[in-house]
Design a binder for this molecule. Structure first.
Ligand code: PLP
Length: 444
């Protein structure tokens, strides 16, 4: 091809052209094989080319792919909402389907604000969030995102939602140690609420395990209990952004379950369609929906393709496949195995600073000096180089930011399809080791 007409992430880069995918592997047009160690962007949770999903897509396409949600409901949409309600904890019984994670978090903020309006408390309309976070790229979602690099061009259009520090134990922003910090980073929420005034706040949003902005930052035990108690005490809704962590990525349907907490609102995405269709959702509890059901009886949001039967049929087939293959049962064991193997690399490569995560969402942070935890200088471009070398060698890993300011620090996320076998995980680690070896040769 002489030129491209497609706007890709890096306009000057030559991306390989994908041909097909099977299981945990992708193949390009030259026949080169890539082990998908990141499920794309933590999305292809059940791997590529799964026959059952292809079959479900075909069956639905033969019936009807699109109806407008204000004219028809559809069996796939009704069944999917019911199955999700029965698969998640508590009474998060209501699903609003959208097409991307950004739309899901944005819908979460709208439902939270509407909840208080319909309760006669219209001043409760601010959303609070944490620094070192990512909730999506649309303006509402970006407003909530504590990601300076992604916000920078649009600050004039954004609300300032991030107000508290992240639970980043490796580099505690408060200078504390996890053993005796008293969960001060969670308590900062109460300080922020007192400053802003609970009467002005609708909800607090957080990613249970911080994804792209931090590289699988995993809060200590008790963190979300503390957060939820603070929210409840001040009549503030807790929104869990489970776009990356949800649908089994960490070993349970929602990651929050592992902290013993049930959110009031949940945003889901990525793994919901597992890459086979663009679908995401906002879940709301009975308590959240009650004033709306008794009031205007309509959520002021929606998209042309919301609850599209084709996407809903895909997501339903993904959930059924996960049940049939008992996928969730194995995630913790696989995650522990992968974590253990990565820790072996830690011994060999002194620039590995921290390895963290939950289930099959594991973050590796790199530092120039493991003792002082000093980050590499930006011109070294460590993360991008590692990701590129790995791809050259046939391994896909996901670049993530790391660092309190959201613009410094190097980390990657290792998050293969949940269907990966132990043997395939061994292959992943061998490939990663080769990439790290190559980069350390370049750096010396
Ligand atoms: N929320 C989280 C936690 C995410 O990781 C992402 C995407 O990476 C989003 C929201 C936005 O999702 P999408 O890219 O599908 O709009």
């Amino acid at each position: 091809m002489d030129r491209t007409y497609l706007i890709k992430p890096a306009l000057n880069a030559d991306y390989p052209v994908v041909d097909y995918g099977k299981g945990i592997y992708l193949y390009d047009l030259q026949g080169k094989r890539y082990l998908d160690g990141a499920s794309g962007a933590v999305t292809a949770n059940i791997g590529h080319g799964v026959e059952e999903i292809v079959e479900a897509m075909k069956k639905q396409a033969e019936k009807v792919s699109f109806v407008y949600r204000a004219q028809f409901s559809s069996e796939p949409a009704e069944k999917l909402a019911e199955k999700i309600a029965n698969s998640v904890p508590g009474d998060l019984n209501w699903s609003f389907f959208v097409n991307s994670g950004s739309e899901a978090t944005e819908t979460s903020m709208k439902i939270a604000i509407q909840h208080w309006q319909e309760k006669g408390k219209p001043t409760k309309n601010r959303i609070l969030s944490r620094w070192v976070s990512y909730h999506g790229i649309t303006m509402g979602a970006l407003s909530m995102s504590g990601h300076p690099a992604r916000r920078a061009r649009f600050t004039s259009l954004l609300e300032d939602c991030p107000v508290i520090p992240p639970p980043y134990c490796y580099r505690c922003p408060l200078g504390l140690k996890p053993e005796d910090c008293g969960l001060q980073c969670a308590r900062e929420l109460e300080t922020a609420i007192r400053r802003i005034g609970a009467d002005n706040i609708a909800a607090f949003i957080a990613e249970p395990v911080v994804g792209a902005a931090g590289g699988a930052l995993t809060p200590p035990a008790g963190y979300y209990i503390e957060i939820k108690e603070i929210c409840d005490r001040h009549d503030i809704l807790f929104i869990a952004d489970e776009v990356m962590t949800g649908f089994g990525r960490t070993g349970t349907m929602l990651a929050c379950e592992q902290w013993g907490v049930i959110p009031d609102i949940v945003a889901l995405g990525k793994g919901m369609g597992a890459g086979y269709a663009p679908i995401a959702a906002t879940l709301a509890s009975e308590r959240v929906m009650e004033p709306i059901l008794n009031g205007t009886k309509s959520i002021m949001s929606g998209h042309t393709l919301s609850a599209n039967p084709q996407s809903c049929a895909v997501s339903l087939a993904v959930l059924e496949y996960m049940d049939d293959q008992s996928i969730l049962k194995e995630v913790k064991r696989k995650g522990d195995y992968l974590m253990m193997s990565l820790e072996q690399l830690n011994i060999e490569f002194p620039f590995i600073g921290d390895i963290r995560g939950k289930g099959l969402m594991i973050g590796v942070e790199f530092v120039e000096d493991a003792v002082s935890k000093k980050s590499f200088s930006r011109d070294i471009n460590f993360t991008a180089r590692l990701v590129n070398i790995a791809q050259e060698l046939g391994l896909l890993i996901y670049p993530a930011g790391a660092g309190i300011d959201g613009i410094s620090g190097d980390a990657v996320i290792i998050s293969p399809p949940l269907t990966i076998s132990l043997k395939e995980m061994d292959e992943l680690v061998v490939l990663l080791k080769s990439a790290l070896t190559e980069l350390s040769l370049q750096l010396n």
